[in-house]
Design a protein around this ligand. Sequence first.
Ligand SMILES: Cc1ncc(C[n+]2csc(CCOP(=O)(O)OP(=O)(O)O)c2C)c(N)n1
Length: 666
Amino acid sequence: MSHERLNRKSNRNIKLALVANPSHLEAVDPVVQGKTRAEQFYLGDVQGKKVMSILLHGDAAFAGQGVVYETFHLSELPDYSTHGTVHIVVNNQIGFTTDPREARSSPYCTDVARVVNAPIFHVNADDPEAVVHVSKVAAEWRAKFGKDVVIDLVCYRRNGHNEIDEPMFTQPLMYTKIRSTTPAVHKYAKKLIAENVVTEEYVKQLWEKYDNILTEAYKNTEKEVKMYNRDWLDSPWHGFFGTRSEHKCDPTGVDEDTLCHISTKFSTPPPDPFKIHPGLKRILKSRLEMVQNRQLDWALAEALAFGSLLKEGIHVRLSGQDVERGTFSHRHHVLHHQTMDKSTYRPLCHLYPDQAPYTVCNSSLSEYGVLGFELGFSMTNPNALVMWEAQFGDFNNTAQCIIDQFICSGQAKWVRQSGLVLLLPHGMEGMGPEHSSARPERFLQLCAVDSDEFPVIDEYFPLKQLHDINMIVANCSTPANMFHILRRQIALPFRKPLVVFTPKSLLRHPQCKSSFDELLPGTEFRRLIPDETEPITTNPSGVKRIILCTGKVYYELKKERQQRGLDGTVAIVRVEQLCPFPFDLLRDELSKYPDADLLWTQEEHKNQGYWSYVQPLIQSTLRHLNMESKKFNYAGRAVSASPATGNKHIHKKEIEKLFADSFSGL
Ligand SMILES: Cc1ncc(C[n+]2csc(CCOP(=O)(O)OP(=O)(O)O)c2C)c(N)n1
């Protein structure tokens, strides 16, 4: 929520926005910073002279929560700086019932701020004039140097935690003292009266005036009989919601000329005399060959999605560890001059003279802080594609608090929309327990889906589903689908967080290519991809088994099917949008092969991946079709405590079993 009013001293309007904050202490810090950065960015406020953030902290949380440290480390990074934040620590020398001797190892609760050499003012909060003085110095510091500054308000908490707890249970000596201490406001009034600065009568009047303001405001709340969502939003996206029909998603296809232009620019080395690495020359050359063949791989799909949005005036921001090159070296969005320091070339910034800005930025090695930051960034402008990529999908769990408290539940709790995209590299490729799984099961468990009910299907169903869901979860198996789902984030008439499990080996898989034809006007994101191979399309009655799957395992199953001579017997159907679930398309698919049995095959272990999520959804669809008696089973790895084995031999054996189970009995 926010409030805007005239500041009589500067004669300027000042808007104060309060960012919605979960119970999780300090979690909001990076969110505030991201939002501040975005406000500055879209206002062209490159020095942070128009927008700034103030972060309020508790002493125990400031010292104890690691996200505070992560947030400080963003403060001076080129694409994350907010040009100085004023931190105010309400240091009441207690955290719930814990006193500082048990709450931290550093002498001061504010010592974490020393990592950026921020000035820290420890001030006696019982001395209001000292507090005002220190606050002025802090504000001047921030204005002059554009760097963080900390005010440590050394004070006490008069009552127990939450005002109702009994502090004498745990801090009897301290609270005996506090109870005999005159409150700061009375102390200060007494001092001013003694110094003849004010009279007793003046103080009394001031008290009454203040009391009346509060009483009146409280009474006014009773007159409010209606609640409007817009009153709770500090950036209500007027131009966005006012102008769009909720029932219409803009097309995501793009014309051939635009595709050719962007992909050629993206595949062309920078103009002379910029010297790029010879390996990159080869990469760009093979990219260009692909473009000439009207084909695209994953890197081109990303570039075409970003580039076409930039052309349409949409700001694109991609942030995360090593995103500029890409963890798997597939992207190369920032090219480095081989003999000149700090000289770089960003092809996607040179597509059109009037394009929107493209931001691609390697982040610090943080997930919690950086994901929170990007979430905050995404809340400011609906006409921006803001993405956070994890180095490997596994690492998203160090940002679990942002996912749980903000991303999956933010709209339900705070009527706040965000179109933030999470790109999570995922896939069982024999890399061992640590780099295999983005934990799809966790994201799917967070989706507000009723798996027992087959929904009413009409022409608005796909969009209505998206409108009603808390977040979209997808696993794209083709570059074209990745292109469309990214563009759809902006084409939608509302904003939803999108979680995409992205590939590793598929980045270079010879079969994981799409044609420009799949991106042209009239094409769109495919929530489910039916089996469109021969002879299945011409002879569906030959199909004895339907394998439903998602992601990379499709390519492996397809190859195995061919080797086993089962091309006409097994239909392999890909669920690309896991949530919301494509009930309508699955219904159509199951109806095509009424006599076939049904399998869900996944490469993830049985207690992980998608099985627990899809099983009841598929069963509801079967019930709807009166096909409850159809054989429907799971094929894949057994349950496991760890996401993957670290033993190559076992990995291979597991895949062999997955194939054996998937094609058994045929
Ligand atoms: C991440 C997190 N862990 C635990 C809690 C439970 N909790 C609520 S208040 C509190 C103490 C906070 O102390 P401090 O930071 O000094 O702030 P104060 O309440 O004294 O202003 C705790 C532990 C929480 N809200 N968030």
